[in-house]
Design a protein around this ligand. Structure first.
Ligand code: COS
Length: 399
């Protein structure tokens, strides 16, 4: 085990004493967890159970439904993900999906929906999932083809398929987005909560990926839901999905930071221990330059990440101006932190030489773990689109 996750950055004015305590407590807990991660689905269940039992998942829901704070606190989410990812990217993933898979219920659920799902998510008794992507609708989420048709008695029938669904096959329920008015584009999408045991839902198609991560394709064949399964406004599903993603994008950035900080810690340990040409690897200026570059890349991502979280917590997202400012800040944080983390981990691996590519070495697994963060919850290219649109919007206001 490397040293405990670093916490000096928590002295920055973005954080308060409760955040600092949270980081210290979580780091002490996470450092001694030992979960066998060979089977991603079993491991993910185990992480959800442990995270729930230890109370960490309570940060995913509001206090009224078993959470820690009155509202989701982005800085707490950032600290939780950064710290968990430092120790185990799969633990981070298990935590994040409880938040993402319940976020739309927190934002738009009825009292009955919130009472049924949120306390169970917070205790780790229900595993949550968010089902937006389809084979032909990844970055272009509005192009989804899954349909939801209302029957005469108000019930709903889902037809279609979702893919790349995190927690697919192990989730207890899915927040599913489907077209309720196929001609209306992004204005014709509605969200529904689909319990995993609903007849007509098949989540058995597991997708194997390069780093442990339970993923599946979902098939909906005449999958019938009661009217009470509708989540949020009719045709309001696209905005609900975007608002949910907005909350969690800054936390993806934080997960990338955790992995990058771990890679830096490993690189420092290795450089100080490895003899080479009569001195230590760390004594070469070439090595020092790389370590310097790594720490600067991490700090750049960190400042953007903490800014985004602070904006959401302390300025808020009420009103178009604040919502757009936050949305752009979260997009920038996600893009920079994940791209920088990939570079940092690559440099750390290079420093390890042949040991870096040896299976079972932590730096080798980090190299695989980081890759998907540049893709999921909005690829880097999507973040660039969001940022580009926000620059144009700002310039047209000042013209
Ligand atoms: N919050 C609230 N509303 C938002 C929003 C946000 N963050 N982003 C967009 N909207 C609204 C827009 O204001 C617009 O509203 P009107 O219909 O009232 O005009 C509507 O949603 C459509 O927005 P836009 O025209 O920008 O949609 P696009 O189809 O061009 O798509 C992107 C925009 C690419 C940003 C969006 O599809 C996206 O985020 N794609 C990535 C999806 C993703 O992250 N997938 C991963 C799934 S989870 S692993």
């Amino acid at each position: 085990m490397a040293a405990l996750a670093p916490t000096a950055h928590l002295q920055l004015p973005f954080f308060d004493a409760a955040h600092q305590q949270l980081a210290a407590d979580l780091s002490a807990w996470a450092a001694v967890q030992d979960v066998d991660e060979q089977d991603d689905r079993l491991a993910c269940r185990e992480w959800v159970r442990r995270l729930g039992a230890a109370g960490w998942l309570r940060h995913c829901v509001p206090a009224e439904f078993g959470g820690v704070r009155a509202q989701l606190d982005s800085r707490a989410l950032v600290i939780l993900r950064e710290t968990l990812a430092f120790y185990s990217p799969l633990a981070d993933f298990a935590f994040a999906m409880q938040g993402l898979g319940s976020g739309a219920i927190t934002l738009a659920g009825t009292a009955a929906q919130k009472s049924r799902y949120l306390p169970a998510v917070a205790q780790g008794q229900m595993i949550a999932a968010f089902a937006l992507s389809e084979a032909q609708a990844g970055s272009d989420a509005g192009a989804m083809a899954t349909t939801a048709r209302f029957g005469a008695n108000g019930d709903v029938t889902l037809q279609g398929s979702k893919t790349w669904i995190s927690n697919g096959g192990i989730a207890d329920y899915y927040c599913v987005f489907a077209k309720t008015d196929p001609q209306a584009g992004t204005r014709g999408i509605t969200a529904f909560i689909v319990d995993a045991d609903t007849p007509g839902l098949d989540a058995s198609e597991h997708i194997a990926v390069m780093a442990p991560h339970p993923l599946a394709t979902l098939q909906f064949a005449d999958c019938r839901l009661p009217a009470s399964a509708q989540l949020g406004e009719l045709h309001g599903g696209f905005k609900l999905a975007m608002r949910t993603l907005d909350i969690f994008r800054a936390s993806v950035a934080a997960a990338a930071l955790g992995m990058a900080r771990r890679a830096l810690a490993l690189a420092v340990d290795y450089a100080q221990a490895r003899p080479m040409f009569g001195q230590r690897l760390a004594d070469f200026q070439l090595t020092q330059a790389k370590l310097g570059e790594m720490v600067a890349l991490i700090d750049a991502g960190a400042l953007l990440t903490y800014r985004a979280a602070w904006l959401r917590d302390c300025v808020g997202t009420e009103g178009a101006q604040h919502a757009q400012t936050y949305s752009a800040a979260a997009a920038m944080a996600k893009m920079v932190a994940t791209e920088n983390a990939q570079r940092v981990i690559d440099m750390a691996l290079q420093m390890h030489g042949g040991m870096g590519v040896r299976m079972g070495n932590k730096i080798e697994s980090l190299y695989r773990d980081i890759r998907s963060l540049r893709i999921y919850e909005g690829a880097t290219e999507v973040q660039l689109l969001i940022l580009g649109k926000s620059v144009l919007r700002a310039s047209s206001k000042t013209a």
